[in-house]
Design a protein around this ligand. Sequence first.
Ligand code: R7I
Ligand code: MG
Ligand code: MG
Length: 349
Amino acid sequence: GGPASLARFRGALVGAVLGDCVGGEFEGAEDVPMERVLQHLNGLEQDDRGDGILQYSDDTAMTRCVVQSLLTRGAFDQHDLAHRFAEEYRHAPGRGYGSGVIQVLRRLSSPRLTDVYQPARAQFGGRGSFGNGGAMRAAPFALAFSDPADIKRYSRLGAMLTHSCALGYNGAVLQALAVHLALQGALAVPQAFINSLISEMEDAEAEDHARSDARALNEPEFPYCTRLHKVKELMEKSTVSIEEVISELGNGIAALHSVPTAIFCVLHCLEPQGGLPDAYGGLQRTLAYCLALGGDTDTIACMAGAIAGAHYGIEAIPPAWQRCCEGAEEAEVWAEHLHQLYQRSPRGG
Ligand code: R7I
Ligand code: MG
Ligand code: MG
């Protein structure tokens, strides 16, 4: 489809759900052979697999809250979103939430709370979480708003309800921007895509709060830009091993060690790769590659799935895979509603 087509919106949201559902199998695993990944994915094609057999985790549970809040309010509403996160957690606490964030989610349900950003600020000794929980649910901001300034502002605030450390919320900003660019068709020119992200993150990371958090955590100045430059270096190499990706970019639960990794996975799999079935399309390659990294596979595949889905569109998603994943059919319907909201949203200048 063309830029910002409905097929791309569907692809982005369904891709995110698929990544979470298929990635759950290997979350926390080390040394995942590609053979095991392909076995797992081949299983999705078998007719006797029940509908929605692979359950989604916190990544999708929170993404659904963001989608429903944006659609119901027609805008970003931090109180509504905080309430939905808290209610979702109360109803289904067993979706695999991070061990720190559950305290925030409990406190967000208190009727006495007036500042909804306060519980997140109290995390980890007052600096806030640098986990990838803000980034994993950032895709809907790129599907609801067309102006990059809105996408940046609201993905940041949406993440700050649970992640007040700059390394946490800037991961959400980066993920939302990557989905936004992919929706526009920007992955047709990979070098320009990564350069745009670097220049956006140069702005985001120049703010005082980002600088002081990077310093306090012993990270280089402009930590996301530094990682995105590493992504560029890896893109230029003729061969890249899984071990190299893990050691250069990471596969962990910190947003800094997973958002640039997800972006790399998408870029790396734009072209056919040895070790992956010839019959696989780009989105299938991307998800398989994410799973083979091990570590935080549900979240890396969820984020890469959103970006790749925005690039390839819904046609790239095998119906059998979609059927196996809880919430994937519904995601397609919500993508249509978000597409309508997006078209009404003010364009940036
Ligand atoms: O970021 P968060 O929502 O977790 C998301 C991850 C995804 O992989 C999901 O699929 C799910 O499995 O969890 O939850 P947080 O609890 O805010 O952060 C995740 C973890 O990162 C924490 O439990 C800590 O182990 C670590 N972490 C920190 N550790 C030390 N200091 C995050 N921030 C800090 C910190 O500042
Ligand atoms: Mg999860
Ligand atoms: Mg995870």
